[in-house]
Design a protein around this ligand. Structure first.
Ligand code: GLU
Length: 337
């Protein structure tokens, strides 16, 4: 098998620390397997995506020492394929139009809350008769497209970090919206889980490596692979980066973007080294100070931790000082200037 991995940032802000961290795993693993590492720009959120953010992300990743093979794939250019996949689901009867409006969905959620139920879509429009559909359309209602999720489905995969995983269809929140609201004779903008499956399959991604905040998405996406008859990749869910108190790293910790480190004066080599160490431990006998090339030689997922990775400024500062010590006087002067 040819290993193909990807990093898929959304250009909705500065290059996030988490994007750099996950990109490092994807790149180092692909290099270890002599495969390809590819960049995909997930720009389908038209309101929040901006071209200048794409530029910032490319620059931030390059600064960190991340380079990708092949031309980056631009998600918005794949919209025909995304829509075709939704048509397929509709034709197979695996997806349907849901005409419930916001007020009705709010009332449904309120009722669930009042009776202490977890919020979920109650699949109310799953089996509309043609007459019922015609009546909603005559009212001028718009529709989203929902993918059927069987409550009894058992979704299993062998995660490269977390081992055997299983998820019940009933815990996925009911039939999932795959296309935004649109006039009932159209298909609205395709949404994240559908789009990612279509793109990962089109790019022949063999290993999807991303943060553990995507575990529930993986369960949903596995159902979509089956429904669309697409071959499934392997999955690895890396631990999230936590702050010193064990909470998800956030704005309050002073760093959210790769550029924040750059502006603070850290060397890219130390940041890349440190971020790789956040989720992975070096094999016995290997120095904790390494280049990405050295990490690629020995990288394996059995040394990726399951537990969240606590950010340790002292360790980062130590690594940075090691990098600085190794510079020649000329290199150091150049950086200082
Ligand atoms: N655009 C998504 C994100 O930034 C991609 C997630 C994935 O890797 O599938 O979180």
């Amino acid at each position: 098998m040819i290993v193909r991995t990807r990093i898929a940032p959304s250009p909705t802000g500065d290059p996030h620390v988490g994007t750099g961290y996950i990109a490092l795993f994807n790149m180092v693993f692909a290099r270890h397997k002599e495969g390809k590492f590819i960049l995909r720009i997930e720009d389908t959120d038209k309101e929040r995506s901006k071209p200048e953010y794409t530029q910032n992300i490319l620059e931030g990743l390059r600064w960190l020492g991340i380079d990708w093979d092949e031309e980056p794939l631009i998600q918005s250019e794949q919209v025909q394929q995304h829509r075709a996949a939704i048509e397929t689901l509709l034709q197979k009867g695996l997806a349907y139009r849901c005409y419930a409006n916001e007020a009705e969905l709010d009332a449904m959620r309120e009722a669930q809350k009042a009776s202490n139920q977890a919020p979920r879509y109650d699949n109310r429009h799953r089996n509309l008769t043609p007459d019922q559909e015609a009546a909603f359309q005559a009212e001028g209602r718009e529709a989203v497209i929902r993918f059927r999720i069987d409550d009894n489905a058992e979704i299993r995969w062998n995660d490269m970090v977390r081992g055997a995983m299983s998820w019940r269809g009933a815990d996925l929140g009911g039939d999932m919206v795959v296309a935004r609201r649109a006039p009932a004779d159209q298909i609205g903008d395709p949404l994240y889980n559908l789009v990612v499956v279509v793109d990962d399959a089109a790019m022949a991604i063999s290993h999807v490596i991303r943060g553990e905040d995507h575990i529930a998405n993986t369960a949903k996406q596995l159902l979509l692979y089956d429904a669309l008859g697409l071959p499934k990749p392997e999955f690895a869910h890396a631990p999230l980066i936590l702050n010193g108190e064990g909470r998800k790293l956030s704005k309050r910790d002073g760093v959210t973007s790769i550029n924040d480190f750059r502006e603070m004066g850290y060397t890219a080599a130390a940041i890349a080294n440190y971020m790789t160490l956040l989720g992975w431990s070096v094999p016995e006998g290997m120095n904790e100070r390494f280049s990405l090339g050295e990490a690629a030689e020995v990288f394996s997922f059995d040394r990726v931790n399951k537990a969240g990775a606590r950010f340790d400024w002292d360790k980062l500062n130590w690594l940075n000082s090691q990098v600085l010590h190794d510079l020649t006087p000329e290199q150091l002067l150049d950086r200082l200037l």
